[in-house]
Write a protein of this length. Structure first.
Length: 620
């Protein structure tokens, strides 16, 4: 029995010994490691990758063979990697055979229209000579879409493929606006909003254009809130989008009652009513009445969508009285520098766009300006004027010329001479009817009309008044107004340059003037008058919150040159400054958004002292 039980044990031991001997013979020593099949990739990086696994002089095992293959594949340059051995005197030669991945020979883009091939090529990493790696190409797809997004567009790369010739092609699908959906309107006509947005289905989606359009809609003043959303398109949901605009209409009707007091007008009662969305078509109609220290009324109507071309039509009818003031020069003496001026008439203006940013305008104006008892006094030289027009002159009432005194010797009078100086008085503000025609052109690139943060606005206008139009005055006037806005974070730097000159003989009440809330702050209204104008304004507008803005400003300007006729021949009113003088006003103020509109309050300081200015909206 013992011999029987020992036999299997002996057989098992002999089998293990044979397997050990066979295993020892199957693990040869590594005598050499070589690489074949590589073209673009050098052998050195491959050998360096497996240097810690396949070492010359060490045994070659199945585990090492598998690990070496994994490491080479992980380099990302090869589609296939195999290892084989060849016997040599030192053991075996390990041969690493590789099949390199396809190389990119050329990169092309299809479907891109708003981004150039060069810009897209610089945004991706795949370049000619690189391995056509699927993961790398997938990352480039995301880079292309991100680049479009950074430019304000939406795009999808629908395909990225490498053909048999090594051409890598990215097929780009740029998103277009499939439709524009407007929600929330109860009174306003939908076409009014669409007209202001100036976007059409089929256009490429561009975030900057959409933002600009939404700002224009908000600037209409008809809506409390304006929000947007983007939905996938219906016909092509993978590419196109539907732009949804959600609106909450504001209260556009306003009636107000106010009382005010100023040193010029004393107590004034003001009544007004306005509708900014008349008939739900964005039309503006208003009526205002002032009683007390000044009496006036004004009716206005404006249609911003007179026709499909965007023509604007506006008409104003008024009968207004204002307390004005005149600051004369040394040549004129006055008892009082304040006078009442009444203007009765109206104007009609038509503005027609001639492009995306330019428009031309035609304005017809007819106004009767009252004369006043406001008089100046001047000493006339002998022989100038008529006796009948002078006060306090012997013989006044006739039409005989003022006699001259040839020798001008008061102690040696001759018959008919007047030995004393002749002083005359005449209204410095003679009235008259002005009928004029004004032609203008405007270039407007502002992002928002009512409160711009960037862009420019330039206006050039020529006005001609004359007897041929039925008026009593003959003159021409050229005016240039250029404004520029720079965004500084949430703040704005605003600049304005105004220049103008007149031709012919404009009356005093049609002269240029500077001084007051809208021109040269820190000075009285109409502080300087003249036939020419040069003015610059600089403002820094600091946003404090949605309703409050702080402003620091500097104004430099003058109205200068010329002399204005009175009713007395030879008696004219010279401009205070006959040449340009840089009058400076500096100060600060606030802009407050209120239910009745933006209110402006400025405090300016100039050479004459300080002035507080109250008005509405921005100065420019």
């Amino acid at each position: 029995m013992k011999s029987v039980t020992r036999t299997p044990t002996i057989i098992a031991l002999m089998a293990l010994a044979c397997l050990a001997a066979f295993a020892q013979e199957d693990r040869p020593l590594i005598g050499e490691v070589v690489v074949e099949g590589n073209d673009f990739v050098a052998r050195e990086p491959i050998l360096a990758t497996i240097s810690d696994v396949l070492k010359v002089g060490e045994e070659l095992t199945a585990t090492k063979t598998a690990e070496a293959r994994r490491l080479v594949l992980r380099m990302g340059y090869f589609d296939e990697v195999t290892l084989s051995t060849e016997p040599i005197a030192q053991g075996v030669r390990v041969v690493i055979s590789v099949v390199e991945k396809q190389r990119v020979q050329q990169v092309m883009f299809a479907g891109n229209t708003v981004v150039s091939d060069a810009d897209l090529g610089s945004a991706i990493l795949s370049q000619p000579g690189h391995v056509a790696d699927e993961q790398a190409i997938g990352r480039d797809v995301r880079r292309i879409e991100d680049y479009y997004e950074s430019r304000g567009y939406i795009a999808k790369v629908s395909e990225a493929r490498v053909d048999d010739f090594g051409v890598l092609t990215f097929v780009v699908e740029e998103a277009r606006i499939e439709d524009i959906v407007i929600e929330g309107l109860t009174r306003t006509k939908e076409w009014v909003v669409r007209h202001e947005m100036d976007l059409e289905p089929g256009e490429l989606f561009q975030q900057e254009d959409v933002t600009r359009a939404i700002r224009r809609v908000y600037a209409m003043g008809l809506f409390e809130t304006v929000e947007t959303d983007i939905r996938p398109g219906v016909r092509n949901p993978l590419r196109d989008v539907i732009l949804v605009v959600r609106l909450e209409e504001a209260k556009t009707g306003r009636a107000s009652f106010a009382m005010g007091w100023s040193s010029l007008d004393n107590l004034v009662i003001m009544l007004s009513a306005e509708e900014k969305n008349f008939r739900g078509q964005g039309e503006r109609a208003s009526v205002s009445l002032e009683l007390g220290g000044r009496q006036s009324y004004e009716l206005s109507f404006m249609d911003p969508y007179f026709d499909r071309s965007g023509t604007t039509f506006e008409i104003n009818v008024y009968d207004s009285e204002r307390r004005r003031q005149f600051v004369g020069g040394a040549a004129i003496s006055t008892r009082d520098n304040e006078f009442d001026e009444r203007r009765t008439g109206g104007d009609l203006t038509v503005v027609r766009p001639i492009g995306d940013r330019r428009s031309v305008s035609l304005r017809v104006r007819s106004v009767e300006v009252s004369s006043s008892s406001f008089q100046g006094r001047v000493t006339l030289p002998p022989g100038v004027g008529e006796v009948g027009t002078m006060q306090g002159v012997p013989g006044a009432g006739g039409d005989t010329p003022v006699p001259s005194n040839p020798d001008l010797i008061a102690d040696d009078p001759e018959p008919g001479d007047i030995s004393l100086p002749v002083e005359v008085r005449a209204p410095l503000h003679p009235g008259g009817r002005v009928n004029s025609l004004t032609m203008g052109v405007v270039d407007d690139t502002r992002d928002v009309r009512s409160n711009p943060t960037s862009g420019t606005w330039t206006s050039l206008a020529y006005e001609q008044a004359g007897a041929l139009l039925g008026g009593e005055t003959e003159f021409g006037k050229v005016t240039l107004d250029h404004r520029r806005y720079f965004g500084v974070g949430e703040d704005v730097v605003a600049l304005r340059l105004m220049a103008g000159t007149t031709f012919g003989s404009p009356p005093l009440f049609e002269s240029f003037s500077v001084g007051g809330a809208n021109t040269l702050r820190g000075y009285d209204p109409d502080r300087w008058r003249g036939e020419s104008l040069l003015l610059t304004n600089v403002e820094y507008r600091k946003r404090i919150n949605d309703s409050l803005t702080g402003v620091a400003f500097i104004d430099i300007g003058d109205a200068y040159g010329g002399a204005f006729d009175t009713v007395v021949p030879g008696f004219s009113v010279p401009a205070t400054d006959q040449s340009f003088k840089a009058h400076v006003g500096v100060g600060a103020g606030v802009r407050v958004v209120t239910p009745i509109g933006p209110i402006r309050l400025d405090m300016g300081f100039g050479d004459d002292g300080s002035q507080a200015h109250f008005s509405f909206g921005h100065t420019f």
